[in-house]
Design a protein around this ligand. Sequence first.
Ligand code: NAD
Ligand code: ZN
Length: 233
Amino acid sequence: MPDYRSIVILTGAGISAESGLATFRGPDGLWEGHHVEDVCTPQALARDPELVHRFYDERRAKLAQVEPNAAHRALARLEREWQGELLLVTQNVDDLHERGGCGQVLHMHGELLSALCASCDGRREWRDAMPPGSACPVCDARALRPDIVFFGEMPYQMDRIDAALRNCDLFVSIGTSGAVYPAAGFVQTARYVGADTLELNLDPSAGSTYFHESRMGPAGELVPIWVEEVLAD
Ligand code: NAD
Ligand code: ZN
């Protein structure tokens, strides 16, 4: 393996699948029985706040029943033991990377365990249910919403991600379908600057042909093997 200096890793719902969290678009095209546009857009939140809040309340409650898997733990080991520069970006809204031992995780699509105030833009850790109209602990406005980036909203920290991609010499995509932009375009940015690109996924993703190398299989098996290879060098 080449002597890498800077690695950017992007993870998606597939890395949490073996922990028991459903991926985004199951075989039926639904996320936990819902059309994505009914639970994952600002319009849905305005139209049916009860439904949207209940949906994320259920996702948040489910976190208490799942544990990180071997893939999450392997990435935490990489963070601890690898000497180079590493940025872990996740599209996931779960907390399994953190519970697997990762100290630095960039949640580009937000987090289930965070509340965002639509009035003052303040953020707070949030572990309970969040009925519509919950009061903001900072400004008291009844404007709390799940801190989730909906379709049509700008993912978090894109400048930082873009800078890291432009500076990396290896980009690794794990358990993501490559269907959701802008994350789906990261591989092209990395290739543009000459980085090696590797995909670890159960099936070939939409952007599979952009990667120099694709390994197909469950993340719980593939990620520990790849981390071992990086650390062995
Ligand atoms: P996706 O559901 O579109 O794609 C998941 C990918 O993972 C698929 O390509 C599938 O083949 C692969 N996969 C399934 N099981 C796997 C396994 N065991 N090992 C490796 N790969 C496996 O997910 P996405 O690309 O992350 O798009 C997701 C959007 O859905 C994100 O915006 C995210 O916020 C949201 N989401 C998050 C969670 C979570 O936080 N756990 C769960 C569902 C959806
Ligand atoms: Zn507020």
